[in-house]
Ligand binder design. Structure first.
Ligand SMILES: C[S@@+](CC[C@H](N)C(=O)[O-])C[C@H]1O[C@@H](n2cnc3c(N)ncnc32)[C@H](O)[C@@H]1O
Length: 462
């Protein structure tokens, strides 16, 4: 399943799909509704069925990437109920692979073709002003963001070309303004950037200013669209009206690149409620920030009584599964596996000696293949108000926990297996919320999930 269209003809399919997802998420709450750092504190392994633990005793961790990859044959025989859980998870999740054939009449009718996404370099080379465009596109944009921008800007342009009388973009949660800047300076659209964080607004304004200076330097001011995005510094609320805030009466396209949980819900609501909002391109992220009362949004999900999603479930849905699988196949494998056990072990020591510091963020530690728990511990708590006796680090308890490293990583992998179901349920709820208002939508995996794990784009038109 590549393009997941959501037109009326698919109503029954969506309901059935959401019902199955809800059933599995509820049934496997013991895997999904917990924190991995509590692995030892809450003795997660004791909840795993005996049949599974017996199988995992003989499990070779080299098989873990196969376990998490659809269609990969495994070298061990899994118990039947685990085998069927694995197959069901792969069958029910929205496919995150970008290289399948696109199968979307909706996208075809709008002449949207994600596979034709041009690289930023080709955009530069094709342009009349390559120097200036190179300035815009290369300026301190990380590889991940470049990849997202090159793909998202192309389909945004394609969608706008197929909409009548719509040349304005409202970029919601525009951050440092990279996408806004490219849509205005490279593609020539009128762009309004709405951003709630003052530092980001300032950063975007500075970058815009530097850009204008570059344009002057290359004497390009007369020849091209030199209107930088209009910055609106405000935090959008559930009851905000974007057209009132921006004094915008023109037809416009709403755009959101990695709009964190609640912001995505606000943007979807705007599309339904604002007459001049004609379309939407939305990539969501940070599902764990979605408020309890904003999920579900669709009547369909309410009718099905989909389960409330815990913070833990929404958080694991944001993990980078493909990146994890990738690391398992590289020399970073050992450290990737070890870090989960070390962090959970540290949490159990915190629980014993500094319980007021439970579930706090620790210092981020890059652990090499040879780093032992003792070294990890000192780096992770450095400068934090955590006081654990040195002798505890060499105790039987610590040795016993470290001997369970394999089980700890397998438990994390079980959580990763189910996590995409949570993301799928949230996204299906989003598209059904629009569909119930007669809005056509499609959901596509647009970004390479290894580079950019939250890779689904929701495309909608009224
Ligand atoms: C993950 S960042 C993405 C930034 C940018 N779109 C990009 O991809 O580089 C999300 C941005 O949305 C902003 N934001 C989150 N909620 C917002 C709200 N309710 N109103 C306005 N901005 C918001 C945040 O400050 C942050 O800059």
């Amino acid at each position: 399943m590549y393009g997941y269209e959501c037109l009326d003809t698919h109503k029954d399919r969506d309901e059935k799909h959401m019902r199955c997802l809800s059933y599995l998420i509820s049934h496997y709450k013991w895997i999904i509704d917990v924190y991995n750092v509590d692995y030892f504190v809450a003795n997660h392994w004791s909840k795993v069925p005996k049949q599974w633990t017996q199988c995992f005793e003989k499990f070779d961790l080299k098989d873990l990437s196969n376990f998490l990859t659809k269609g990969s044959p495994m070298n061990c025989v899994l118990p039947l109920n685990l085998l069927s859980l694995r197959a069901t998870c792969f069958a029910l999740q929205l496919s995150r692979q970008t290289n399948d054939n696109i199968d979307s009449d909706f996208c075809e009718s709008l002449k949207i073709s994600p596979n034709s996404c041009r690289t930023l370099d080709s955009l530069v080379n094709d342009s009349k002003h390559p120097k200036m465009k190179r300035e815009i596109l290369n300026r301190k944009i990380k590889e991940k963001k470049r990849h997202e921008i090159q793909r998202l800007s192309t389909i945004t342009d394609q969608l706008l070309k197929s909409l009548d009388n719509c040349r304005t973009i409202v970029d919601c949660g525009s951050g440092q303004g990279h996408l806004s800047r490219i849509m205005s300076l490279c593609y020539g659209y009128d762009v309004i950037s709405i951003e709630g964080n003052d530092d980001n607004v300032l950063g975007a304004q500075n970058k815009d200013l530097k850009m204008l200076n570059s344009l002057k330097k290359y004497k390009l001011m007369d020849n091209i669209h030199t209107d930088c995005p209009k910055q609106v510094n405000c935090v959008l609320q559930n009851n905000s009206s974007i057209s009132e805030l921006t004094e915008l009466a023109d037809n416009h396209l709403l755009l959101g690149l990695h709009a964190c949980g609640p912001l995505s819900a606000i943007i979807l609501k705007q599309l339904r409620e604002c007459q001049s909002a004609k379309g939407l391109i939305l990539v969501s992220c940070c599902y764990f920030k979605i408020h309890m009362n904003s999920f579900p949004m669709s009547q369909c999900a309410h009718k099905l009584s989909v389960p409330a999603l815990s913070y833990e479930a929404k958080e694991i849905a944001c993990h980078a599964i493909e990146k994890f699988i990738n690391k398992l196949n590289t020399r970073e494998r050992l450290s990737t596996l070890r870090i989960h056990c070390y962090r959970a072990l540290l949490e159990s020591l915190i629980d014993k000696y500094n319980p007021n510091m439970r579930h706090n963020a620790m210092k981020s530690v890059k652990i090499g293949d040879n780093m032992n728990f003792n070294d990890y511990f000192h780096k992770a708590v450095n400068g934090l108000n955590i006081d654990i006796p040195e002798e505890e680090l060499d105790s039987d308890f610590v040795r016993n926990c470290l001997s369970q490293q394999q089980n700890c990583i397998i438990f994390y992998s079980l959580r990763l297996l189910i996590a995409p179901l949570v993301e799928s349920l949230i996204l299906l709820d989003f598209i059904n919320y629009l569909k119930e208002d007669g809005i056509q939508t499609a959901l596509l995996p647009l970004f390479d999930p290894i580079l950019s794990p939250r890779n689904f784009v929701l495309i909608a038109i009224k």
